[in-house]
Design a protein around this ligand. Structure first.
Ligand SMILES: Nc1nc2c(c(=O)[nH]1)N[C@H]1C(S)=C(S)[C@@H](COP(=O)(O)O)O[C@H]1N2
Ligand SMILES: [Mo]
Length: 240
């Protein structure tokens, strides 16, 4: 079925489809999705170890699916958008787009892979490497981890400090040669290039340096903080 999931069709047959799945489908149907994906795909995705419905807000374009765990994310204008950087740092402050542009810029091209199985090859990203941003605020010797907050009001992520100091972890401002669009998490999103897509938090609003790893949105729902693509990450059943 294309264009949506008909919940009325599903409910009378009821038994094999749990209430949580049906509720997930209501959410999916409400935004008119299911383009190019079968109902079965949706059921198995909703039942996957991800554990809660993920919405495809728009049909895939160029292989990407647009994900958001909330219905509506406020748009932020690049001219006024700022990200705050605080916690265990010497000089807490916020950065607007011009402040980010004034820091050293890092470009990289990598495949982007979601833990549910889709992958987009050779995506070009640009922005500020997280270690450069951390150096700009001065990380305390007590710091052990970094926590990221989305201005969608729900999504969070976390990295160990060692992971956060990798040069292939970016506060991305550009994707495929243009500013990161709202749907892809702009004006600023995280890119954790060596890990599965769920680490790459969209709509980045705040960064907090912490003394311990605070599990993120999917990590509280059973996914690993260490989400290396192509390395043992404790989840051998994940589609690749
Ligand atoms: N704020 C926020 N960030 C998020 C998500 C989300 O639902 N909300 N989904 C994650 C997942 S599971 C993936 S695979 C990627 C998808 O990025 P895209 O929507 O730009 O394709 O974003 C990640 N970052
Ligand atoms: Mo994902």
């Amino acid at each position: 079925m294309k264009g949506g999931v008909d919940v009325d069709d599903m409910e009378p047959r009821g038994a094999p489809v749990g209430r949580r799945v049906v509720l997930g489908m209501v959410g999916l149907g409400a935004v008119g999705v299911a383009v190019g994906a079968s109902v079965q795909d949706r059921v198995s995705r909703t039942l996957s170890p991800v554990g809660a419905p993920i919405q495809d807000v728009l049909p895939a374009a160029g292989g990407f699916r647009y994900y958001s765990v909330v219905d509506r994310v406020p748009r932020r204008d690049a001219a006024s958008h700022r990200i705050t950087v605080g916690g265990l740092v010497a000089r807490p402050r916020s950065f607007g787009m011009a402040d980010l542009a004034a820091l050293p810029q890092t470009r990289l091209t990598r495949d982007f892979q979601c833990v549910t199985g889709w992958r987009v090859q050779d995506v070009a990203w640009a922005g500020v490497a997280l270690p450069d941003l951390l150096d700009a605020v001065g990380v305390s010797s007590r710091a052990k981890a970094v926590r990221f907050e989305s201005f969608d009001g729900a999504y969070t992520e976390s990295l160990t400090l060692e992971q956060a100091r990798r040069r292939d972890v970016l506060v991305a401002t550009q994707m495929q040669g243009a500013p990161v669009t709202h749907d892809h998490g702009g004006p600023t999103r995280l890119l954790v290039a060596p890990m599965y897509g769920y680490k790459s938090l969209k709509w980045l609003g705040g960064i907090e340096v912490t003394d311990r790893v605070v599990p993120g949105y999917w990590e509280r729902r059973g996914y690993d903080v260490d989400a290396w693509v192509g390395r043992s990450n404790g989840r051998d059943d994940a589609p690749t």
